[in-house]
Ligand binder design. Structure first.
Ligand SMILES: *Cc1c(COP(=O)(O)O)cnc(C)c1O
Length: 404
C-alpha cells in the first residue's frame, strides 16, 4: 500500500467510504471512477482522505504542468482573488492584457490573436466556428483516433464511436481520415474544406505522434486549397512534449492553435490562438461569460513565465531519458513505447486497467489511452529519480500481474 504521510486534513464528511457514498448518490455517472478520494496536492504528490500519498503521473489529466499548488501560482491567485475575480470582456482588464502580451511572446510567428474561454472543448468549438466563418466553407477534416472534446462541434471532430454513440446527428460535413495517411488527406481536402483539425500527438487515441511528412503535406495542402490548419494542442501544448508547442518538433506552423488544460496552472481556461492575417471575429459573433476572467488570466501569465524559465529543457531531457529506458527494457508485456517529452504511452500486450490498479496500490497514479495503452503525463517538474521510482513500480506491477 502507498505510504501514509502525516494526518489526513480535516474532512467534513468522514473518510474515503463516506466521500464515495456521498458522491455516488449525486454524481452524473458520466465518469468511470476509481475508489480513491483525493483531498490534497503538492508538487507531483497527491494525498487521499486516509492520508496516503501518491505520485501523480496523471497531472490531473494533463493539467498540473507545474505540479499541484505551485507556490508562485498560489501567490498570484491569492493576490488576484483579493483584487478582482470576475470581469467580462465588455470591459478591458489589466490581467487579461498582461496575458495577451505573454501569450503573444509565447506563440509562434504571427499567431497573435486570442479568444479566451474555459476549457479545451470550448477552444475547439471556437476554432471550428472561426474556420467556417472565415472560409465560408462547411467542411471539417479530422483524424481517426483523434480526440477534441465532448461538446457537439468538438464531438463531431472526435472519432471514437464510444464517445459519439447515442448523440447523433452530429455536425454534417465532418470527415475522418486515417492519421498519418498522406494519400487520404490529399483526397479529403477540397474546395469545401474549411479546416483540417489534428492533434500533433494523439493523446486519448493511444499517444501516437504525427509523422513529419504528414504534417508538412497537410500544411502545404491547406495553403494551396484555402483551408485552415488547426492544431489541437490542448494536451500537447505548453511544454508537455519539451517544446512550447508540439508542432515545433516538426517545424510546421498551423493557422490556429487550441490550448487548454494546464494553461492556468489548474484553474479552468482554454484559448483559441490564430494568425493576425486571418483577422478578428465580427463583434457579437462569439463569446463566453467567464472567458478572460482576471483570476484565470493572472494564473496563466504566471504559468507561462514559469514554463519559460528552463522547464522545457528539463522536460526534453528527462523525457528522452525515460523513453530511452523504457525502450531498452524490451519487456515481454510491452508491445511498443511511444511518446514525446513527458507525454508517454506504453502499449501493453494486455488490458491496461489491472495495471492501473496495481500501480495505484504501489502509490502511482496513471492514465489509460485506449484499452491497452498505459499513459503517463507527469507534472513537468518531475525529477529523473522520481521517474525511476515510477519505472520500478511499473515493473513490479507487470510482474505481479504476470504471475496471476
Ligand atoms: C482534454 C482534451 C480536450 C478537451 O478538453 P476539455 O477541457 O476536457 O474540454 C480536447 N482536445 C484534446 C487533445 C484534449 O486532450
Amino acid at each position: 500500500m502507498p505510504e501514509t504521510d502525516g494526518d489526513p486534513p480535516g474532512l467534513t464528511v468522514g473518510g474515503t467510504q463516506a466521500l464515495i457514498n456521498l458522491e455516488d448518490r449525486h454524481t452524473s455517472g458520466a465518469y468511470p471512477k476509481r475508489p480513491l478520494a483525493i483531498v490534497r496536492g503538492e508538487g507531483i504528490w497527491l494525498w487521499d482522505a486516509e492520508g496516503r500519498r501518491y505520485m501523480d503521473m496523471t497531472s490531473g489529466q494533463g493539467v498540473a504542468l507545474l505540479g499541484h499548488s505551485h507556490p508562485a501560482i498560489l501567490e498570484t491567485v491569492r493576490r488576484q482573488a483579493e483584487l478582482l475575480i470576475t470581469c467580462p470582456e465588455i470591459f478591458y482588464n489589466d490581467r487579461r492584457s498582461e496575458l495577451y502580451a505573454s501569450l503573444s511572446q509565447y506563440t509562434p510567428e504571427d499567431l497573435n490573436r486570442f479568444f479566451l474561454c474555459n476549457s479545451g472543448t470550448e477552444a475547439v468549438e471556437g476554432a471550428l466556428k472561426f474556420a467556417r466563418l472565415k472560409t465560408g466553407r462547411p467542411g471539417i477534416v479530422a483524424a481517426k483516433s483523434g480526440f477534441h472534446g465532448r461538446t457537439f462541434g468538438a464531438l463531431s471532430a472526435t472519432w471514437n464511436p464510444s464517445h459519439r454513440r447515442g448523440f447523433g446527428p452530429l455536425l454534417p460535413e465532418v470527415s475522418h481520415i486515417p492519421f498519418n495517411d498522406l494519400r487520404a488527406v490529399d483526397a479529403a481536402i477540397d474546395a469545401s474544406t474549411a479546416a483540417v483539425i489534428l492533434e500533433v500527438v494523439q493523446g486519448e487515441g493511444g499517444v501516437v505522434p504525427a509523422k513529419g511528412e504528414f504534417l508538412e503535406l497537410v500544411r502545404r495542402l491547406c495553403e494551396q486549397r484555402g483551408a485552415l490548419l488547426i492544431f489541437d494542442e490542448v494536451q500537447t501544448g505548453l511544454g508537455r512534449t519539451g517544446r512550447r508547442f508540439a508542432a515545433e518538433h516538426f517545424s510546421v506552423t498551423p493557422d490556429v492553435i487550441c490550448v487548454g488544460k494546464g494553461l492556468a496552472g489548474g484553474l479552468p481556461i482554454g484559448a483559441v490562438i490564430w494568425r493576425d492575417s486571418l483577422g478578428k471575429w465580427p463583434q457579437g459573433s462569439h463569446g463566453s461569460t467567464l472567458g478572460g476572467n482576471p483570476l484565470a488570466c493572472a494564473a496563466a501569465t504566471a504559468t507561462l513565465s514559469l514554463l519559460d524559465s528552463g522547464l522545457l529543457e528539463h522536460v526534453a531531457q528527462v523525457g528522452e531519458k525515460f523513453l530511452a529506458d523504457l525502450r531498452e527494457l524490451e519487456h515481454p508485456m510491452i508491445r511498443e513505447v511511444r511518446g514525446l517529452g513527458l507525454m508517454i504511452g506504453i502499449d501493453l500486450r494486455r488490458r491496461v486497467t489491472p495495471v492501473l490498479k496495481a500501480l495505484m496500490e504501489r502509490g502511482v497514479l496513471a492514465l489509460p489511452a485506449g484499452p491497452t495503452v498505459l499513459r503517463l503525463l507527469p507534472p513537468l517538474v518531475v525529477t529523473e529519480e522520481q521517474l525511476i521510482e515510477v519505472f520500478d513500480a511499473m515493473l513490479e506491477a507487470l510482474e505481479v500481474l504476470e504471475d496471476e
